[in-house]
Design a protein around this ligand. Structure first.
Ligand code: SF4
Ligand code: SF4
Length: 76
C-alpha cells in the first residue's frame, strides 16, 4: 500500500486551513495558539504523519505551495 510523507514549509503557511479540510485522514493540524511562524501566522503541522497516504490533496489545495508530498509505492 502506498504511504506518504509531507514536508511543510512553515514560513510559507498562513494558517488558512484549506488543506485541513482536504485531508480525509486527519494527518495535519494547525500549531497551537501562540506558536507562530516568522510572519505571525499559526502554521500547519503533521500531527499524525503515519496516517498519510500521499494522496496529494493537501498540496493541491494550498494556495501558497507550502506543502510537498512524497509518495512511496514500494511493493510489500
Ligand atoms: S498527502 Fe493526502 S493523506 Fe497526506 S496529509 Fe496530504 S491530504 Fe492528508
Ligand atoms: S492551505 Fe497552505 S497556507 Fe493554508 S493552512 Fe494549509 S499549508 Fe498553510
Amino acid at each position: 500500500m502506498a504511504k506518504g510523507k509531507i514536508v511543510i514549509d512553515i514560513d510559507m503557511c498562513k494558517g488558512c486551513g484549506l488543506c485541513l479540510a482536504a485531508c480525509k485522514f486527519a494527518v495535519t493540524s494547525l500549531s497551537q495558539q501562540g506558536q507562530s511562524n516568522k510572519h505571525g501566522y499559526r502554521y500547519l503541522t503533521a500531527a499524525q504523519p503515519e496516517q498519510c497516504t500521499g494522496c496529494g490533496m493537501c498540496a493541491l489545495m494550498c494556495p501558497d505551495s507550502a506543502i510537498t508530498v512524497w509518495r512511496s509505492t514500494k511493493k510489500s
